[in-house]
Design a protein around this ligand. Sequence first.
Ligand SMILES: NC(=O)c1ccc[n+]([C@@H]2O[C@H](COP(=O)([O-])OP(=O)(O)OC[C@H]3O[C@@H](n4cnc5c(N)ncnc54)[C@H](OP(=O)(O)O)[C@@H]3O)[C@@H](O)[C@H]2O)c1
Length: 429
Amino acid sequence: MTVGTGGIARGLTGRGFVKPQPHDLIVFGATSFVGQILCRYLADHFGIGQDLDWAIAGRSAPKLESLRNSLGPKAAKLPLVMADAGDEASLHKLCDQARVVISTVGPYALYGEPLVKACVETGTDYCDLTGEVQWIRRMIERYEPAAKQSGARIVHCCGFDSIPSDMGVYFLERQAMQRFGQPCQRVKMRVRAMRGGFSGGTVASLMNVIKEASADPALRKQLANPYSLCPPGYASRARQPNVSFAEYDEDFKAWVAPFVMSAINTRIVQRSNALLDQAYGADFTYDEAVLTGRGLKGRLAATGMGTGLAGFMVAGAIAPARWVLERFVLPEPGEGPSPEEQESGFFDLRFKGFTADGRAITARVTGDRDPGYGSTGKMLGQAGACLALDVAKAATPGGFWTPSTIFGDQLIGRLEAHAGLTFEILEPT
Ligand SMILES: NC(=O)c1ccc[n+]([C@@H]2O[C@H](COP(=O)([O-])OP(=O)(O)OC[C@H]3O[C@@H](n4cnc5c(N)ncnc54)[C@H](OP(=O)(O)O)[C@@H]3O)[C@@H](O)[C@H]2O)c1
């Protein structure tokens, strides 16, 4: 069911015959914590029914209407589309009305598959915010052949995981090729500074991964494989580094601690290299960590962060401790950082790359809002717009892409111009 006029009006023919045209983009899960941030951004940035014709979708009409009202009078004509993540017929109808569907209905491993299937079957393009490696792998295994046939372009990980990492490495490697004529075969991403919080949906997704992995040794093995998202038969000789506890990083002259998002980001970056026919090199190695500073203070901070993360993972794997965390410590579904926290949040990531003959290059990628929500809403919105408006179907066949392999420079341009991100080379100047 579509309420509103945006897409239909565009279908008026010369004889007055009304042929419904799909919207450029529909946000499914618009009422989620991050979905609401995304919709506010789309309304402010693209307006309603203008260059980007978009609509909102979900399972609850009153919630969708309340969201539309919260977007102000200009949003009165924003179309609403009803669909339920568990009802395949409604998802097919949703796909029939969209060229691109953005989904923020998570945990994706619990609710996401029917929509991916519907998009693949109808040739509808799709992007989301999942960071669930095991689910992405399952989707690729089950649906990639059909997506190639139908032309559906599926792009997971279009938020803080993994756009800054994937696009940051892509940017660094392009700069290395221009300056040195060769790629960096070794790249390190280090979080220099970051401020932000978690929402209930993100916590639920993380807890679900820990829960599934603690019950399944084969899944634990899959999650530990740095090439788990690369195409079947992909061969790389490189043994991938991994910062799993506090260590000193000679290249950054500082202590580093494990970074929780590296478990997904490193897999996406390796998939990008695989899809690009090893443009970053057959021996390309990549890892991520958090910089904690120099001297004893840096060492203590790295040890504290490493111990805290390990403790959280262990607690998440033990059912009673997980219950206590979910019940009393972590945010509930629908909760997340306040608008003030989103506004005052930011991230600053450093990428150091080394070519095979020892030349070095350093890039910085920054964002001007909290990574998981304020910035993620903008990144996801621009990724969806890029898919709908910039990347022609004829140029990019159906299949499971990564952000950098499908969007490339066009997304970097959008992120810098409209989403508060910066990409720059610090050295060599
Ligand atoms: N990659 C990143 O950087 C990043 C950042 C933020 C979030 N995320 C991910 O984004 C997802 C959303 O997070 P969140 O905290 O915003 O979630 P949330 O507030 O808990 O919202 C969940 C959404 O799913 C919808 N939903 C649940 N079951 C459904 C069904 N059967 N049919 C239709 N809709 C259904 C809910 O609809 P109702 O409103 O009707 O209940 C709600 O809109 C999570 O998976 C999270 O991990 C990723």
